[in-house]
Design a protein around this ligand. Structure first.
Ligand code: ATP
Ligand code: MG
Length: 385
């Protein structure tokens, strides 16, 4: 076997143990392949690692960026795969070592039959690097650079200089499928990210009130879906109009219940969409107490109209924590573009904060609920991106 440039992928092995291991690994490698689609490469699994080999080196940064968004990746490194013998390891170490400054050789030896111990490898490779380059100095406590050597059990050694932290979590697709109610705002994309991180595939549903909300508002959601699909996998957005529902509520029901009633309709429609798409739960970006409708009473009132579980991964997050996450995952700039969301159309001056279920049901009784839901479901649109 020859020396070759590789990207080393370590996965969070804890999830991959036990009975489900084979299944997890299959899903994980499908996800890795999907992430690397369009860039020439080979993906190999060898003794507890995945290696990206024979890749188009012009796209090294792009590959690294894409890998940073694959859940289940614990860490990854750019380095060399070499035959596990000292001369090859030393040549690789020379290319990985810094040109100057302090460094440390750090060896991990999975192959306990290798004729030298980790300490001996550190000493020999470190010593030879020092002898060759007088601008280098060893510092075992706080080195500026590292040369990592990982002697695998399959007769190869991996040599690299850095560990990059992966996205963590579990491979998307290993925890079922959920339907994310995605607005254009900051919170819901982050909620989708959180569930994808736990291994859930995420479908997207957006409600609009065209012509009260415009096409740009929809474009923004498509853009958010695209950004999110880099993590979550799916690339399809369902949209539903709630215009007629909002007009009916506005005309016939107590103004302070506008938001509460609209949210109940959204949940009913979402459950129908989820049934069609075989989604096992609904996901929202609600956070307790953030706005008037996100009280425990508001949550109770919307949960009351659906049977599916509703996951609210942001329920205990502060707004600034959500904003920090949305910046990290790259959705923030799109989320803050100024377009109208349907929730801001017909917004009452004083929305009910703790609406009583009996009052809600009484007001809702003035509407033909089933016909309105049917009408919205009949006019669903699907956008592929
Ligand atoms: P976000 O930042 O996600 O817009 P928000 O803080 O504006 O949330 P609400 O307007 O109360 O809060 O919405 C709460 C949740 O309801 C959203 O996170 C989202 O999951 C769902 N939701 C709200 N509006 C829509 C919409 N137009 N289409 C789909 N889902 C929506
Ligand atoms: Mg919003």
């Amino acid at each position: 076997m020859d020396t070759e440039k590789v990207i080393i992928i370590r996965y969070a092995e804890i999830h991959l143990k036990g009975k489900n291991r084979g299944y997890f690994e299959r899903v994980f490698s499908v996800n890795l392949e999907r992430a690397l689609k369009g860039i020439r490469h080979e993906l190999h699994r060898t003794s507890g690692r995945y290696l990206v080999a024979k890749f188009n080196e012009d796209f090294t940064d792009e590959i690294m960026a894409r890998l940073s968004r694959v859940f289940g990746v614990h860490s990854y490194s750019l380095g060399l795969s070499v035959p596990a013998e000292m001369e090859s390891i030393y040549s690789a170490a020379k290319t990985v070592a810094p040109e100057s400054g302090t460094f440390k050789v750090d060896t991990h030896r999975a192959d306990k039959k290798f004729p030298r111990t980790s300490m001996e490898i550190n000493a020999e490779i470190g010593g030879r690097l020092l002898a060759e380059n007088p601008a280098l100095k060893v510092d075992v406590h706080a080195p500026q650079s590292h040369v990592y050597i990982d002697v695998r059990e399959n007769g190869t050694a991996l040599v690299f200089g850095k560990f990059y932290e992966g996205a963590g979590g579990m491979p998307v697709g290993t925890s079922g499928k959920g339907l994310l109610l995605i607005s254009g705002g900051i919170d819901s994309p982050v909620a989708g990210y959180m569930m994808a991180k736990r291994g859930m595939s995420v479908d997207y549903l957006h409600f609009h009130s065209y012509p009260y909300t415009n096409e740009q508002a929809k474009d923004r959601v498509v853009e958010l879906g695209k950004l999110l699909s880099r993590y979550a996998g799916t690339a399809r957005l369902t949209t539903a109009s709630v215009t007629h529902i909002q007009e009916e509520i506005h005309k016939k029901c107590a103004a302070e219940l506008n938001v509460t009633l609209l949210r109940r309709f959204m949940f009913r429609i979402a459950e129908r969409v989820a049934e069609k798409k075989k989604d096992q739960c609904l996901i929202t970006g609600e956070s307790l107490g953030q706005v008037a409708s996100q009280t425990i009473e508001g949550i109770t009132s919307s949960n009351a109209v659906v049977k599916l579980p509703v996951l609210r991964p942001l329920v205990g997050f502060d707004k600034n924590e959500i904003i920090a996450l949305s910046k990290k995952i790259g959705t923030y700039d799109t989320s803050v573009l100024p377009f109208e969301d349907c929730c801001t159309v017909f917004l009452p001056e004083f929305p009910a904060i703790k609406p009583k279920l009996s009052f809600i049901e009484e007001e809702e009784g003035k509407l033909d609920i089933e016909a309105l839901v049917e009408e919205a479901v009949a006019a669903l649109e699907v956008i592929e991106f």
